[in-house]
Design a protein around this ligand. Structure first.
Ligand SMILES: [Zn+2]
Ligand SMILES: [Zn+2]
Length: 723
């Protein structure tokens, strides 16, 4: 980050002539032997709103203001006869020298020590040219950040990592709207990535809720950083609970809170408790709606924001009965991180589906277990649950039994009513399920994506485009191509396991496949079996599975008329297993084992992620692990390719971001967050849909093998050939 610090002479030109020479001269060297700014920086602003101050429209206004500060600070001896700040930053992004690297006097003198360091003797002070009625500009924050970076790494006197507001331990409102940035980890901290502007209204709400409910039983403070997030909306939830007489307060909007909002039965426009108005305004700010800038006032902006939220959620505001009945649902949604406005990656048709789920199944039907689903245009876990509940209602499940789970009753109803001719709402849900599983893939090399047409959602007609998509989806999913809404297709659209009773030609197990077992598998219709290349535990370990391929077993499998695919898993259920180094080591071991078993070049080895890895896990560990696998295999000549075993999301991301050749999807774990709201990966080769006891003591995973996908191993390298 290059930084330009403008010399004192730039602003000294605006200082009255009597003092101009002193102002323009380099700062006097500090005579204080304790001056050593190793502590960090103090953040300042220009002070309270002033009727004579300007909004700094031009650079001349900035220079004039620095000169004015110099004038104020040199009126008496308080600041040792010079400007108190070390540096000043303006809203245009310019940085000005004050005392420079010499000791300044702006951080409240000797008002206590911080970690043994004097407030002035151990810290730089940086003043932003803005007053309490101003907010920081991006240019100002970027320069502030660059200056701190300079002071940490390049300055003749280097500073430490603390970033403190002037008000730290001192009664002052300085640095005003910069306070939310005056802490390590904020966007002006060069040690963390730039995160842009924070929101001053959210900051005000955070300060208010922390101050007001500090002593409410159970209350947990939220950070005061001007950024929305779960900690803030949960603190607001506790404020709401306190106002509604719930004690102790908890960080959860449960049935008790819902009931209390319902009992109060007051929309904000009729609300008399100003603190509740503050909670509602704060929650609207956190949701990204422009509402009242006066916290305790329900303004026209507030009312417009609430109307917009109702509309975004698919709810009627003009219908007063519905408006009132939906209010507790809206409050609950307000105090979650769900989005109701289309997000950047969002799809407007998905948003319409989400809004319709709310309009019909929350507002009109009133399914007791259903909350408002987010309307952000992204199909996710909540949308999937909402869609499932809607399907349950339309196929005739009792209202109080609707739970969003793909249970026996739902399956039976889908085999009955769901598989008949569809019209109206149930037809809309079937096609919505198609839409959210779109695009599907048309065969070819490369495969061609086929998107579901939004126009086909709105009609009962069996359009050719609808039927074409349905056939493509069935073919892609390895289902019978019926072009109808049969049970198997419903199941495939709604849950990652699909129809678990459907036949499959693949399987995998931890059991040695002997000649006899191979014959049993073949007789049961299996053509390919997955087997582990290795096991890391010794036979004495209580968790030893004896799962590794045995010498001679590959030949026995082939002799039984089967093919096989190699699996690799050490501690695949633990996040700690997934590091780049372990991936590298395990990739090399997998290669060696495959060579020992005479597996020919080109075979795909599946590395397992055997738990519900979240996106954050994938970022931090799973992807680095696969990078390691890739590097380990590459170093040994890329004799083998790698595949990924895991949830749909793990498979999608590792394939896209690291380059896994094939995906073995753990579809049977349909409750995994990584399997909810994600389509089958385009490169899926196996879908593990069920586990069962094939023979007494012999457990088997039932894997749908996709025609044309990874053929597995069908021949071994002859013994005569040397590697
Ligand atoms: Zn200050
Ligand atoms: Zn400026």
């Amino acid at each position: 980050m290059p930084v330009t610090i403008n010399k004192r002479a730039t602003w000294a030109a605006y200082v009255p002539s009597a003092k101009r020479a002193h102002a323009a001269a380099p700062p006097a060297p500090s005579t204080n032997p304790n001056w050593d700014p190793v502590g960090g920086v103090f953040v300042h602003h220009r002070g309270p709103a002033s009727p004579v101050a300007t909004d700094y429209p031009t650079e001349a206004d900035c220079l004039r203001d620095v000169a004015a500060i110099y004038g104020e600070h040199t009126q008496d001896a308080t600041f040792n006869g010079d400007i108190g700040y070390n540096f000043l930053v303006c809203r245009h992004g310019n940085i000005y020298e004050g005392r420079g690297y010499e000791r300044g006097e702006a951080n409240s003198g000797d008002a206590g020590y911080i970690d043994g360091l004097g407030r002035n003797a151990g810290f730089y002070s940086i003043c932003a040219l803005m007053r309490s009625n101003h907010t920081a500009s991006e240019a100002m924050l970027r320069s502030y950040r660059a200056l701190i970076d300079h002071l940490r790494r390049e300055a003749p006197r280097r500073t430490g990592t603390r970033i403190l507001p002037h008000l730290h331990g001192v009664a002052t409102e300085c640095p005003g709207n910069l306070t939310m940035y005056a802490q390590p980890g904020s966007t002006i901290d060069p040690a963390v990535p730039w995160t842009g502007l924070a929101d001053v209204h959210i900051f005000a709400a955070q300060k208010w809720v922390n101050t007001t409910y500090a002593n409410a039983p159970g209350y947990l403070r939220c950070p005061e950083d001007g950024r929305t997030g779960w900690p803030t909306v949960l603190s607001l939830t506790q404020g709401l609970q306190h106002e509604l007489g719930i004690s102790p307060t908890v960080q959860n909007f449960g049935p008790g809170t819902f009931e209390a909002v319902k009992q109060r039965n007051k929309l904000p426009v009729a609300e008399t408790n100003a603190n509740l108005i503050r909670v509602y305004n704060a929650a609207l700010w956190c949701k990204g709606y422009w509402t009242s800038t006066s916290q305790g006032t329900w303004s026209a902006d507030s009312e417009a924001a609430l109307q917009k939220l109702y509309a975004d959620a698919g709810l009627s505001y003009s219908n007063v009965t519905m408006r009132n009945r939906m209010w507790p649902y809206v409050v609950k949604a307000l105090l979650r991180m769900d989005q109701f406005q289309l997000v950047a990656r969002g799809d407007v048709t998905v948003q319409r589906i989400q809004q319709r789920l709310n309009a019909r199944y929350v507002a009109e039907v009133g399914i007791p277990a259903m909350s408002l689903v987010p309307c952000d245009g992204i199909y996710s876990r909540d949308g999937q649950q909402g869609l499932m509940m809607a399907v349950q209602y339309e196929v005739g499940i009792d209202l109080n039994a609707i739970n969003g789970y793909f249970g026996a009753g739902t399956q039976a109803a889908l085999k009955g009513k769901g598989s008949g001719p569809l019209t109206g709402d149930l037809r809309y849900l079937f096609r919505s399920a198609c839409y959210v599983n779109s695009p599907t893939m048309l065969p070819g090399n490369p495969q061609v994506p086929l998107a579901y047409r939004p126009e086909d959602l709105a009609t009962d007609a069996q359009t050719t485009t609808h039927l074409e998509w349905l056939r493509a989806f069935q073919r892609f999913s390895q289902l019978p191509v019926t072009a109808t809404n049969d049970y198997t297709t419903w199941a495939q659209l709604l849950v990652s396991s699909g129809d678990t009773s459907r036949p499959a030609t693949g399987c995998d197990c931890i059991t040695e496949i002997t000649a006899a077992r191979g014959a049993q598998l073949r007789a049961a219709g299996y053509l390919i079996v997955g087997r582990y290349l290795d096991e890391h535990l010794p036979p004495t370990d209580p968790y030893f599975l004896d799962k590794a391929l045995k010498p001679g077993e590959p030949q026995a499998i082939l002799d039984a008329g089967l093919r096989f695919f190699p699996l690799f898993q050490y501690n695949g259920t633990q996040l700690a297993n997934f590091t780049q180094q372990k991936g590298y080591d395990q990739g090399r071991i997998a290669h060696q084992k495959a060579v020992e078993h005479r597996i020919p070049a080109g075979a795909c080895i599946y590395f397992a992620v055997d738990y519900d890895a979240l996106d954050t896990d994938i970022d931090s560990n799973i992807n680095p692990y696969f990078q390691g696998v890739k590097a380990g295999l590459a170093e040994l000549g890329n004799r083998y390719t790698f595949g990924v075993y895991g949830s749909r999301n793990v498979c999608l991301r590792v394939s896209r971001e690291v380059g896994a050749r094939w995906s073995l999807v753990s579809g049977m774990s349909w409750g995994y967050s990584g399997n909810l709201g994600f389509p089958l990966p385009a490169n899926w080769s196996f879908n593990q849909i069920r586990e069962y006891e094939f023979q007494p003591g012999w457990g088997l995973d039932h894997d749908v093998w996709r025609q044309g996908a990874d053929p597995g191993v069908s021949a071994l390298v002859p013994v005569s050939e040397e590697f």
